[in-house]
Design a protein around this ligand. Structure first.
Ligand code: COA
Length: 243
């Protein structure tokens, strides 16, 4: 198993687990990511994505990449899996220790939240291998860090350390490695305390293209305004105040 899954009622932790290959993402891992997504589409829960052995993922599996053809590239083997991660109904938290390179970085870019450790090393060295980053980086990275910084990273292949990644907003927090998973779980706890439908609708609005606004959030809000959970939560608030 290259992806270790631990499930609970409100979250799933998926650990890339091929430390001897620095968790390089191979076809088996991609298949496991699709299976994971199918489960989370049916039963939406927060996803924590992480890696074993002090590494997130040192890229797509270069041994497999070398043998892939133009048609394989057109199928977007990694791109489609990472899109599916991005589109999961509930938030995705990437908890990144060590290397997140190439496809590993792109998997992290597909997450909604990214937190790292002091050993974080993140970036896209693809052009050095004669390919481009084509599993989300060319559009996700500019969304996350802005076009100037994304261009610098993608056109030079330079990788960032933890301090730079934090300063550039590529991760929202750096925590000691021993606190990484606890911090991810604390974020998942906060999410779990809120209304899941309100969280899902917020994610949908955040992910919608600019042209869809403001119609998209108004429609989603309309659904929430009509939900019994809104009434219940607001009544609980008001009754607490009245006591
Ligand atoms: N694909 C396939 N195998 C990989 C891999 C990848 N992306 N990254 C690491 N591995 C394998 C190595 O080939 C090596 O295998 P071996 O033990 O059978 O020889 C094993 O993982 C350990 O890697 P090694 O390079 O010895 O570890 P390290 O700790 O010295 O260096 C890295 C770690 C991440 C700096 C280095 O492995 C690396 O540069 N990897 C490729 C990064 C990259 O270009 N990614 C973009 C791909 S699109």
């Amino acid at each position: 198993m290259t992806l270790r899954i631990e499930e609970s009622a409100d979250r799933v932790v998926a650990t890339l687990d091929r430390p001897e290959k620095r968790n390089a993402i191979d076809q088996a891992t991609i298949d496991a990511i699709h299976a994971l997504c199918a489960g989370l589409e049916d039963d939406p829960r927060t996803l924590i994505l992480t890696g074993s052995g002090g590494t997130f993922a040192a890229g797509a599996d270069i041994a497999q990449l070398r043998e892939r053809t133009a048609d394989d590239a057109r199928r977007g083997i990694n791109a489609m899996a990472f899109l599916r991660v991005r589109d999961l109904p509930m938030p995705v938290i990437a908890a990144i220790d060590g290397y997140a390179l190439g496809g590993g970085a792109e998997l992290a870019y597909a997450a909604d939240l990214r937190i790292g450790t002091p050993s974080l090393t993140i970036g896209n060295p693809e052009t050095g291998l004669g390919i481009m980053a084509a599993a989300g980086a060319t559009w996700r990275l500019p969304e996350i860090v802005g076009e100037a910084r994304a261009s610098e990273l993608l056109l030079t292949g330079r990788v960032l350390d933890a301090d730079e990644a934090l300063a550039w907003g590529l991760v929202s927090r750096i925590v000691p490695a021993e606190d990484l998973l606890d911090t991810a779980h604390a974020i998942a706890d906060r999410i779990a305390a809120n209304d899941p439908l309100a969280t899902q609708h917020t994610k949908r609005a955040l992910r919608a293209p600019r042209s869809a606004h403001p119609a998209v959030e108004l429609e989603l809000q309309a659904e929430l305004f009509a939900s019994p959970e809104k009434h219940r939560r607001m009544t609980a608030f008001l009754e607490r105040r009245a006591r």
